[in-house]
Design a protein around this ligand. Sequence first.
Ligand SMILES: [Zn+2]
Length: 115
Amino acid sequence: MSVVRVKDGIEFTMIAPGGFRILSAIDQIAAKIGMDLTITSACDGEHSGPNDPHHRGEAYDVRSHDFPDAEKTDFLNSVMTILGWDRFFGFLEAPGTDNEHFHFQVKKGTVYPSS
Ligand SMILES: [Zn+2]
């Protein structure tokens, strides 16, 4: 059975409601595609400063190096189909580099849930 795993040292200091949606979508896709997925960043790390959604529990990174190149877009789209582009955002960050990973977050400039 395929599951979501967490890289050693990753901190889930807080998980916002939108963050739970992201983690749920990632878990659903792991089960669907039959491949373990690894969270490589949660609330930890420097990222882009104090307002970074990672620090609010509204953004999570997933290891992309486990995927064949041809399947990376499919994975991204599968997760985003569950989440919806109107409320969430996801992309392949730093493609082709050692730092390459999928990044998912609550859409910038929005509050989740909105009301
Ligand atoms: Zn990230």
